[in-house]
Design a protein around this ligand. Structure first.
Ligand SMILES: Cc1cc2nc3c(=O)[nH]c(=O)nc-3n(C[C@H](O)[C@H](O)[C@H](O)COP(=O)(O)O)c2cc1C
Length: 147
Protein backbone atom coordinates (compact mmCIF):
# COMPACT_ATOMS: atom_id res chain seq x y z
CA UNK A 1 0.00 0.00 0.00
CA UNK A 2 1.35 3.43 -0.92
CA UNK A 3 0.42 6.85 0.35
CA UNK A 4 1.64 10.09 -1.04
CA UNK A 5 -0.29 12.48 1.13
CA UNK A 6 1.85 14.09 3.79
CA UNK A 7 -1.29 14.22 5.99
CA UNK A 8 -0.79 10.48 6.45
CA UNK A 9 1.84 11.29 9.06
CA UNK A 10 -0.23 13.79 11.02
CA UNK A 11 -1.63 12.64 14.33
CA UNK A 12 -4.86 13.96 15.82
CA UNK A 13 -4.78 13.96 19.60
CA UNK A 14 -7.92 12.66 21.31
CA UNK A 15 -8.90 15.04 24.14
CA UNK A 16 -8.69 13.58 27.66
CA UNK A 17 -12.19 14.67 28.63
CA UNK A 18 -14.09 13.29 25.65
CA UNK A 19 -15.35 9.85 24.63
CA UNK A 20 -15.54 8.59 21.07
CA UNK A 21 -18.74 6.57 20.89
CA UNK A 22 -20.28 4.49 18.13
CA UNK A 23 -22.72 1.64 17.71
CA UNK A 24 -22.93 -0.86 14.87
CA UNK A 25 -25.33 -3.54 13.73
CA UNK A 26 -24.16 -7.14 14.02
CA UNK A 27 -22.26 -6.85 10.72
CA UNK A 28 -20.28 -3.77 11.77
CA UNK A 29 -22.35 -1.15 9.93
CA UNK A 30 -22.35 2.09 11.94
CA UNK A 31 -25.81 2.93 13.33
CA UNK A 32 -24.76 5.74 15.68
CA UNK A 33 -21.75 8.06 15.94
CA UNK A 34 -21.32 10.88 18.46
CA UNK A 35 -19.99 14.33 17.58
CA UNK A 36 -16.60 13.53 19.10
CA UNK A 37 -16.20 10.52 16.80
CA UNK A 38 -17.06 12.75 13.84
CA UNK A 39 -14.66 15.51 14.93
CA UNK A 40 -11.72 13.21 15.61
CA UNK A 41 -12.17 11.08 12.46
CA UNK A 42 -12.73 14.08 10.20
CA UNK A 43 -16.08 12.78 8.90
CA UNK A 44 -19.53 14.18 9.62
CA UNK A 45 -21.95 12.05 11.64
CA UNK A 46 -24.04 11.69 8.46
CA UNK A 47 -21.03 10.38 6.53
CA UNK A 48 -20.27 7.78 9.23
CA UNK A 49 -23.76 6.36 9.81
CA UNK A 50 -24.51 3.63 7.26
CA UNK A 51 -20.83 2.89 6.53
CA UNK A 52 -19.04 -0.22 7.77
CA UNK A 53 -16.73 0.52 10.69
CA UNK A 54 -13.66 -0.29 8.63
CA UNK A 55 -14.10 3.21 7.14
CA UNK A 56 -11.57 4.23 9.82
CA UNK A 57 -9.39 1.14 9.48
CA UNK A 58 -5.72 2.14 9.33
CA UNK A 59 -3.32 0.01 7.20
CA UNK A 60 -0.96 -0.21 10.19
CA UNK A 61 -3.56 -2.29 12.06
CA UNK A 62 -2.78 -6.03 11.88
CA UNK A 63 -5.60 -8.29 10.75
CA UNK A 64 -5.18 -10.48 13.84
CA UNK A 65 -6.35 -7.66 16.12
CA UNK A 66 -9.74 -7.51 14.38
CA UNK A 67 -9.93 -11.30 14.21
CA UNK A 68 -9.55 -11.36 17.99
CA UNK A 69 -12.10 -8.57 18.34
CA UNK A 70 -14.78 -10.36 16.29
CA UNK A 71 -14.05 -13.72 17.95
CA UNK A 72 -14.65 -12.17 21.35
CA UNK A 73 -17.78 -10.34 20.24
CA UNK A 74 -19.26 -13.39 18.55
CA UNK A 75 -18.67 -15.35 21.76
CA UNK A 76 -20.67 -12.70 23.64
CA UNK A 77 -17.53 -11.37 25.35
CA UNK A 78 -16.33 -7.80 25.68
CA UNK A 79 -13.19 -6.80 23.74
CA UNK A 80 -10.73 -4.19 24.89
CA UNK A 81 -7.67 -3.13 22.98
CA UNK A 82 -5.62 -0.40 21.36
CA UNK A 83 -6.53 0.78 17.87
CA UNK A 84 -4.84 3.14 15.42
CA UNK A 85 -7.54 4.68 13.25
CA UNK A 86 -7.44 6.42 9.88
CA UNK A 87 -8.93 9.89 9.49
CA UNK A 88 -10.77 11.05 6.38
CA UNK A 89 -7.75 13.27 5.54
CA UNK A 90 -5.48 10.17 5.94
CA UNK A 91 -4.10 11.37 9.26
CA UNK A 92 -4.48 9.06 12.25
CA UNK A 93 -5.49 8.86 15.93
CA UNK A 94 -4.86 6.25 18.63
CA UNK A 95 -7.48 5.05 21.10
CA UNK A 96 -8.13 2.44 23.74
CA UNK A 97 -11.46 0.84 22.80
CA UNK A 98 -13.98 -1.14 24.82
CA UNK A 99 -16.44 -2.94 22.57
CA UNK A 100 -19.39 -4.97 23.81
CA UNK A 101 -22.86 -6.17 22.92
CA UNK A 102 -26.08 -4.19 23.26
CA UNK A 103 -28.90 -6.45 24.45
CA UNK A 104 -32.66 -6.05 24.14
CA UNK A 105 -34.67 -8.52 26.19
CA UNK A 106 -31.59 -10.77 26.45
CA UNK A 107 -31.11 -10.74 22.69
CA UNK A 108 -27.91 -9.36 21.14
CA UNK A 109 -29.05 -6.56 18.81
CA UNK A 110 -26.01 -4.30 18.28
CA UNK A 111 -22.42 -3.62 19.34
CA UNK A 112 -21.18 -0.46 21.02
CA UNK A 113 -17.70 0.96 21.30
CA UNK A 114 -16.38 3.54 23.74
CA UNK A 115 -12.89 4.93 23.15
CA UNK A 116 -10.52 6.97 25.25
CA UNK A 117 -7.04 8.41 24.58
CA UNK A 118 -3.82 6.52 25.36
CA UNK A 119 -0.47 7.87 26.50
CA UNK A 120 2.35 8.85 24.18
CA UNK A 121 4.45 5.93 25.51
CA UNK A 122 1.65 3.49 24.73
CA UNK A 123 1.28 4.90 21.22
CA UNK A 124 4.97 4.20 20.55
CA UNK A 125 4.71 0.78 22.19
CA UNK A 126 1.69 -0.32 20.15
CA UNK A 127 3.09 1.02 16.89
CA UNK A 128 6.07 -1.30 17.44
CA UNK A 129 3.94 -4.27 18.46
CA UNK A 130 1.61 -3.86 15.47
CA UNK A 131 4.57 -3.42 13.08
CA UNK A 132 5.91 -6.73 14.44
CA UNK A 133 2.56 -8.50 14.05
CA UNK A 134 2.30 -7.38 10.42
CA UNK A 135 5.84 -8.53 9.77
CA UNK A 136 5.23 -11.94 11.35
CA UNK A 137 1.93 -12.35 9.51
CA UNK A 138 3.52 -11.15 6.23
CA UNK A 139 1.05 -8.30 5.89
CA UNK A 140 1.77 -4.92 4.35
CA UNK A 141 4.81 -3.04 5.51
CA UNK A 142 4.66 0.72 5.92
CA UNK A 143 5.56 2.67 2.81
CA UNK A 144 5.05 6.39 2.71
CA UNK A 145 5.94 8.31 -0.45
CA UNK A 146 6.82 11.93 0.15
CA UNK A 147 5.46 14.28 -2.45
C1 LIG B 1 -18.66 -1.58 17.64
C2 LIG B 1 -17.49 -1.77 16.73
C3 LIG B 1 -16.51 -0.80 16.67
C4 LIG B 1 -15.41 -0.91 15.83
N1 LIG B 1 -14.49 0.07 15.82
C5 LIG B 1 -13.47 0.01 14.95
C6 LIG B 1 -12.53 1.07 14.86
O1 LIG B 1 -12.59 2.06 15.59
N2 LIG B 1 -11.53 0.96 13.95
C7 LIG B 1 -11.41 -0.12 13.13
O2 LIG B 1 -10.49 -0.13 12.31
N3 LIG B 1 -12.28 -1.15 13.21
C8 LIG B 1 -13.29 -1.10 14.10
N4 LIG B 1 -14.17 -2.15 14.16
C9 LIG B 1 -13.91 -3.36 13.35
C10 LIG B 1 -14.38 -3.20 11.92
O3 LIG B 1 -15.74 -3.58 11.85
C11 LIG B 1 -13.55 -4.11 10.96
O4 LIG B 1 -13.66 -5.46 11.33
C12 LIG B 1 -12.07 -3.73 10.94
O5 LIG B 1 -11.92 -2.37 10.63
C13 LIG B 1 -11.25 -4.55 9.93
O6 LIG B 1 -11.73 -4.39 8.67
P1 LIG B 1 -12.11 -5.66 7.80
O7 LIG B 1 -13.07 -6.45 8.64
O8 LIG B 1 -12.69 -5.10 6.55
O9 LIG B 1 -10.81 -6.36 7.56
C14 LIG B 1 -15.27 -2.06 15.01
C15 LIG B 1 -16.25 -3.05 15.08
C16 LIG B 1 -17.34 -2.93 15.92
C17 LIG B 1 -18.36 -4.01 15.98
Amino acid sequence: MEYNQSEFLIETIVPQDELIISRTDLKGVITYANETFANISGYSVEELVGQTHNIVRHPDMPKRVFKDMWNKLQNQQQWTGVVKNLRKDTGYYWVHATISGVYKEDKLVEYKSIRVPISYEDRLKYQKIYDQYRNIDKENIRRVIYS
